[in-house]
Design a protein around this ligand. Sequence first.
Ligand code: HEC
Length: 101
Amino acid sequence: MNKTLIALLALWPLAAAANPFPKGDPKVGKKLHDAKCVACHQRLVGGSGSDIYTRIDRKIQTPKALQQRIAACNAQVNAGWFPEEEEHAAAHLNQQFYKFK
Ligand code: HEC
């Protein structure tokens, strides 16, 4: 085994751990999120609506909680998302706001 390969294998777990939503595509997630989720959050917090994710007392503190909140909001508003779409939205929100590793 050469050194480069060993180095790559050593880094692999780090790369995997750095993204809690590896199957989500943030670009797809942004479109889904902007279409279904923004308007209501805007009514709540004003501005672009994203303050709901960045407010100091935000509720979501872990990737799992984010996933569950998205699933709950999805069900609540009848967005009709499949689990893959929830993961796209999670990837988007995580990349933009939550920055969970
Ligand atoms: C009908 C209104 C409404 C819609 C539509 C809506 N939400 Fe929400 N959302 C809320 C409310 C209200 C809260 C704040 C709940 C709280 O403070 O406990 C919230 C909070 C959240 C949070 C947690 C923010 C934090 O505190 O960290 C996430 C994540 C979230 N929504 C995701 C979504 C997603 C994804 C969608 C689209 C599927 C969506 N929401 C659609 C009303 C809505």
